[in-house]
Design a binder for this molecule. Structure first.
Ligand SMILES: Nc1nc2c(c(=O)[nH]1)N[C@@H](CN(C=O)c1ccc(C(=O)N[C@@H](CCC(=O)O)C(=O)O)cc1)CN2
Ligand code: GAR
Length: 263
């Protein structure tokens, strides 16, 4: 069990999940409590997410409870931590884009089929997305290497574009950005909008403007508390994050027919 320090990127379980021809690999990025990560953890290798394992949980906040959810999962899920400001302090002259490329390097080393942003509170830049698409080579300058990383991952370039999807607690075009739940709730109570909801969308450089994959309205009552509304909203999120992840996995790595019959 290793601890996460500001400058280091370490896994809590150096035993990487072996890749098998039909198994599907997820990397999940988090910043907070990780209840949506937990929904994905619980769905692994069930009919909801057949033949699928989370191979890395990456957080930009050391105190994110989602890291605990990963390390206490059975089997434990490798974790990594890299925050922007400590990275910049530890690497004078490096930029936010350099940080994003280091994020991409960490993600690519895990060889995911799909990357899920589940409460990930950092806007990723185009270089990150290009690295995941495979249109930008990410040279491993030896910075932030996992203790368990091996040199054969020096230039992790994906052979196929790796989709990145994001869970956003608002309807398409509504309340882009952070704090969307509270902003939407308050707008509804002021009568400015007549419906609210959640979606999972593909991630593009423009924040929350990628193609919606799954959109669900969340019922809300005039006068009800934010807490009551938010609890209802999160329950919908836990469903659609699994559904959207399965849909994108099936796009990029469909299961062999015999596996679906057994799923
Ligand atoms: N390029 C993209 N990056 C991200 C997207 C996206 O669609 N395109 N989705 C977001 C998730 N998100 C809303 O769904 C979101 C998260 C965070 C922010 C934001 O303003 N972050 C600030 C830092 C805030 C903080 O640290 O508390 C920032 O990155 O400077 C906006 C939208 C994930 N990334
Ligand atoms: N803009 C992104 C954003 O606001 N994401 C939101 O953060 C929460 C994470 O909860 P969790 O950490 O319990 O999964 C979720 O409600 C998710 O929609």
């Amino acid at each position: 069990m290793s601890s996460h320090t500001d400058a280091d990127v370490q896994t809590t379980d150096p035993t990487p999940t072996p890749a098998t021809p039909s198994s599907r690999r997820l990397v999940v990025l988090i910043s907070g409590s990780g209840s949506n990560l937990q929904a994905l953890i619980d769905a692994q290798n069930t009919p909801a997410l057949p033949n699928t394992s989370i191979v890395l949980v990456l957080s930009n906040r050391k105190a994110a409870h989602g890291l605990v959810r990963a390390t206490t999962a059975s089997p434990p899920i490798p974790t990594a931590y890299l925050a922007l400001q400590p990275y910049l302090r530890s690497n004078p002259g490096k930029t936010r884009e350099d940080y994003d490329l280091e994020l991409a390097r960490i993600v690519l080393r895990a060889k995911p089929d799909v990357v899920v942003l589940a409460g990930w509170m950092h806007i990723v830049s185009e270089p990150f997305l290009e690295a995941l698409r495979g249109t930008r080579e990410v040279k491993d300058e030896g910075q932030g290497q996992d203790e368990s990383s091996s040199n054969n991952d020096e230039n992790p370039v994906p052979t196929n574009p790796i989709p990145v999807i994001n869970l956003h607690p608002a309807l398409p075009g509504q309340f882009d950005g952070a704090n969307a739940i509270q902003r939407g709730y308050e707008a509804f109570q002021r009568g400015e909008v007549d419906k609210l909801g959640v979606m999972v969308h593909r991630v593009v450089a423009e924040v929350d403007r990628g193609e919606p994959l799954i959109v669900r309205e969340v019922p809300i009552e005039k006068g009800e508390s934010l807490e009551v509304y938010e609890e209802r909203l999160h329950r919908v999120e836990w469903e659609i994050i699994v559904q959207a992840t399965k849909r994108v996995l099936d796009e990029v790595k469909p299961l062999p027919l015999e596996d679906t019959e057994n799923a």
